[in-house]
Design a protein around this ligand. Structure first.
Ligand code: 5GP
Ligand code: ZN
Length: 114
């Protein structure tokens, strides 16, 4: 059993503001939001980042992306645009080593990202 912060949130040991949950993923509000909408789509399976994926995770990752779009649409951001971000490694800004996707919306986003 993993003791990373997201595994503990999934097990209910640490409180979170849940938006959606099913057998594969948990969607929560980020504790330090970087946009008016900042959600985390967290795999319930403990995987570190995309370097940790195998072919058996292909459906899961596709599902997470589809869910990100579904939630963005539900929240009213289909027209204005939104961003789905996933960091790999500390050098790219990953601070929780349990795979998750940020869904950010509600403000202008610059490119390239910082
Ligand atoms: P990363 O930096 O790994 O891409 O993203 C980790 C995210 O998790 C950060 O945006 C951070 O604010 C968020 N985070 C860290 N600890 C917690 C927590 O205990 N609860 C919630 N809801 N978010 C957290
Ligand atoms: Zn974990």
């Amino acid at each position: 059993m993993e003791n990373c912060i997201f595994c503990r949130i999934i097990r209910g040991e640490i409180p979170s503001r849940k938006i959606f949950e099913d057998e594969r993923i948990l969607v929560i509000e980020d504790i330090t939001p970087q946009a008016p909408l900042h959600l985390l789509l967290v795999s319930k399976k403990h995987l570190v980042n995309c370097l940790d994926l195998s072919t058996q995770d292909d459906d899961l990752i596709g599902y997470i992306f589809r869910k990100a779009g579904e939630i963005a649409r539900q929240k009213g951001y289909a027209e204005s645009g939104f961003r789905v971000v996933q960091n790999n490694g500390a050098g790219a800004g990953q601070s929780v080593f349990h795979i998750h996707f940020h869904l950010l919306a509600g403000r202008e986003f610059t490119w390239p990202p910082g």
